[in-house]
Design a protein around this ligand. Structure first.
Ligand code: ZN
Length: 492
């Protein structure tokens, strides 16, 4: 009930405070409401940035930003996949709860309460400039954005990687900044995709990587350098307009790039640190903790609660991520990650895991354990430590037990192409709307079975692990997650 109908004692207490506040307002111009800029770096390994590797010269702008903010050494993605990772950034939820487990499969349910929706509801201008179709508005991350500037044209031959360059993305962001209402605060999200394969940097950035003596992956590192240049142009504008004085800047990777580690050339299938560990930087307007390096375990799912608090907004519901805004995370905090890609596309074992300073547990048909903070002790080291495994498995189970967003059937785009529908039409809701009239294929039928059995698989395999029963008996999937990447038979 509103207190408006019964003033009295409360009003008498508040009135002098209001007078004081008004007097202060007369003496000094009120500080502007805070704004926030979120920069997401697709496919970027922490070690590709100078501020993480200690090797100067490749990424001067991001290195300078890190020196002005907090650098998180143990940041983890929720999945080595662009859409699920960004969905966690925007919702603060682990993928089992926001329901996006792969790219291109379905859209974020309308029932999601996104960071941009919360900001817009409180009068913020909201804009997104994204670089690739994998984050196109069809997939629901546009919820809450006044402007959602994304490439179009998904179709045969393009897949998810139709993209535009980092320079084009920055140009779009600067255009939006030019045209915004300067009297109102804003939330701006800018996404850069250059570092995603195929690697084809401009010659000057390739030369920059080569000049550092990078003989193994100069083209990949050249792409990262190219992104750094575009981020630098964006930051220069923010600085020139004085916006950095009241704007929180968050920079985060959506996932890394394996570059041959574990036998995986790029990303998506496996869920080792090689692709799950990401860069995460927070720059505060007042220099809070400037130059610090934090060893805390944090997640891309922390982006939403952190920015919500920075903008003085309250989360709409219980979130999996935690606010990092001017605070430390509790000791022992762990973070969830997964990859359902192999399961959904090839019938391999799904992967899910829990990472904390104690260790990393990777659940699958052949569970793996990496004692210690993998980022500092090396992810190759692993051993059977049943007590530790049990603790981490329990944390993993608890993390996946939360309620998922309601499937409101909104996950369909009217312009859906058949390849998209083939993946989407795994659900009756999808098949009955945008994909109606399109012919089902054997692939879509197979995917339907996948969706129906995915939840059951997790349940069964977690139960088996809990009771000590071997999960290796699962339909011949054993060792399918090892570097050999052998496919197992499809569950019948
Ligand atoms: Zn990505």
């Amino acid at each position: 009930m509103s207190a408006a109908g019964r003033p009295g004692r409360l009003a008498r207490r508040v009135a002098p405070l209001v007078v004081l506040a008004l007097a202060a307002g007369c003496a000094h111009e009120a500080a502007p409401r805070p704004s926030a800029v979120l920069v997401t770096l697709d496919t970027t390994n922490p070690g590709a940035l100078g501020c993480y590797s200690g090797r100067a010269g490749l990424t001067p702008h991001l290195d300078a930003l890190a020196a002005e903010g907090v650098l998180y050494e143990n940041a983890r993605s929720v999945a080595p996949l662009t859409l699920p990772s960004h969905a966690s950034m925007m919702t603060g939820l682990w993928p089992p709860r926001h329901t996006l487990r792969d790219n291109g499969l379905r859209a974020l349910p309308e029932s999601a309460e996104t960071l941009a929706e919360a900001a817009r509801a409180r009068g913020y201008q909201t804009a997104a400039c994204v670089a690739a179709v994998v984050l196109g508005e069809s997939y629901g991350l546009d919820q809450g954005f006044d402007v959602y500037d994304a490439p179009h044209g998904a179709g045969p031959g393009h897949g998810h990687v139709l993209e535009r360059s980092s320079a084009e993305v920055t140009a779009a962001a600067l255009r939006w900044l030019d045209g915004r209402d300067r009297a109102r605060p804003f939330f701006l999200w800018v996404h850069y995709f250059d570092a995603h394969a195929p690697y084809d940097p401009a010659p000057e950035f390739l030369a920059r990587a080569q000049a550092l003596g990078e003989a193994r992956f100069p083209a990949y590192l050249g792409e990262v350098a190219q992104v750094d240049d575009a981020v630098g142009a964006l930051l220069a504008r923010l600085r020139a307009e004085g916006l950095l004085e009241h704007t929180l800047v968050a920079v985060v990777g959506d996932h890394g790039e394996s570059l041959g580690r574990h036998g995986e050339p790029t990303h998506s299938l496996l869920a080792y640190d090689a692709t799950i560990r990401v860069p995460l930087l927070l720059r505060y307007p007042d220099g809070y903790r400037a130059g610090e390096r934090s060893a805390e375990f944090v997640s891309v799912a922390d982006v939403a609660p952190t920015l919500l608090e920075a903008l003085d907004l309250a989360p709409g519901g219980a979130l999996d991520g935690r606010s990092l805004y001017r605070r430390a995370v509790p000791p022992g905090r762990g973070v969830y990650f997964e990859s359902s890609y192999g399961w959904l596309n090839y019938g391999w074992s799904p992967l899910s895991g829990w990472a904390s300073a104690e260790g990393t547990y990777l659940h699958s048909s052949a569970p793996e354990l990496f004692p210690g903070p993998a980022g500092t002790r090396g992810e190759e080291r692993w051993a059977a430590e049943p007590a530790l495994a049990a603790r981490l498995l329990a944390a993993l189970e608890a993390a996946t037990a939360g309620p998922a967003l309601a499937d409101d059937g909104a996950a369909v785009d009217a312009r859906a192409s058949w390849p998209t529908c083939a993946r989407w039409a795994t659900r009756a809701a999808a098949a009955s709307s945008a994909c109606r009239g399109l012919q089902p294929s054997p692939a879509s039928t197979r995917r339907a079975r996948t969706w129906q059995s995915l939840a059951a698989f997790y349940e069964a395999s977690l139960a088996a692990a809990r009771t000590g029963a071997s999960t290796r008996a699962w339909r011949g999937c054993a060792r399918s997650t090892r570097p050999s990447l052998r496919a197992c038979s499809w569950p019948r």
